[in-house]
Write a protein that binds this ligand. Structure first.
Ligand SMILES: [Zn+2]
Length: 294
């Protein structure tokens, strides 16, 4: 285990315990989330190091990397995913005329394949061997492993996306510097992460599925995301909601809290979360940050 001594955002050394959460999907172990007393940034601490984290992804329930899931949650997840992919492609189409995109943590490549069909020159990075093989056999995409990220020349991409990925990256500040290096002048970075200031996070408390310890190393809010980016001379130019995440996260949270999924309760929670989010973008379950260099 790795014990973090300095806050990733402000370098502060003074933390207080925010919450203890259980890893419901794989190990059933308990992990602490701490909050920096200076800037408010929340992160899992201590955490499994880069060479220890692999075993916490070894579960059939961890569906982001596989398309073999069964059951109603997986069924709905796939239906919604197709809709969401279209929304994501429309978003990147609106951002850039020079269609060169890098998707980091691209999983099985469904989003990148849709970009390709929309005329984009695509590159993808994915740490899971299994997901990369799937991308090759299913979409004929050549996805690179994480170690290859530094092999791309400077200013290679007009758009770089990380959909629910940054919260998994061990070298947080180094990764953001790498994004800046790879981004063309006037390019756009898109980072989507869960928001622990959301209505559903407050409602489900330690059972909130998007804490997802220890795989989620950081627990962002719009405020702390802004502070982190500011440090790297980046700025948030727009924020957008991921309206289905509230339903999906609520379903999983119901399961963790009550041992079973109450579809009705999950739909109610998702609906309430989105209603609050419509009044205040900073309260959505997950937020898409549209980012530019300062
Ligand atoms: Zn801090």
């Amino acid at each position: 285990m790795e014990n973090i001594k300095n806050c990733f955002v402000c370098g502060g050394e003074d933390f207080s315990l925010f919450k203890n959460c259980i890893d419901y999907t794989v190990s059933k172990d308990s992990f602490s989330i701490v909050k920096c007393n200076n800037c408010g940034f929340k992160f899992t601490n201590p955490r499994p190091g880069g060479n220890e984290i692999g075993k916490y992804y070894e579960s059939e329930d961890y569906i982001s990397h596989s398309d073999s899931g069964k059951g109603i949650i997986n069924f709905l997840y796939k239906k919604v995913r197709n809709y969401t992919i279209n929304k994501k492609v429309n978003l990147v189409n609106s951002l850039s005329k020079d269609k060169t995109i890098l998707d980091i943590g691209c999983g099985t490549g469904a989003f990148l394949n849709a970009c390709k069909e929309n005329g984009w020159s695509i590159d993808g990075i994915e740490p899971s061997d299994e997901a990369r093989k799937f991308a090759k056999s299913n979409y004929n995409l050549h996805i690179k492993s994480e170690n290859d990220l530094n092999s791309y020349p400077n200013n290679s991409f007009s758009v770089i996306t990380m959909w629910h990925v940054l919260e998994h990256v061990h070298l947080l500040n180094e990764r953001i510097e790498e994004l800046k290096r790879l981004l063309q002048r006037n390019g756009t970075i898109i980072i989507a992460v869960p928001n622990c200031n959301s209505w559903d996070a407050g409602y489900y408390n330690e059972y909130w599925a998007a804490y997802d310890v220890p795989r989620h190393l950081y627990h962002f809010t719009p405020e702390t995301m802004g502070l982190l980016l500011d440090k790297h001379q980046l700025k948030i130019v727009n924020k957008l909601p991921m309206v289905f995440d509230s339903y999906y996260v609520s379903m999983l949270s119901e399961k963790y809290k009550n041992g079973k999924v109450s579809l009705f309760n999950a739909l109610m929670s998702g609906f309430k979360s989105n209603r609050v989010g419509r009044g205040d973008i900073n309260r959505f379950s997950s937020v898409i940050y549209i980012i530019k260099a300062k």
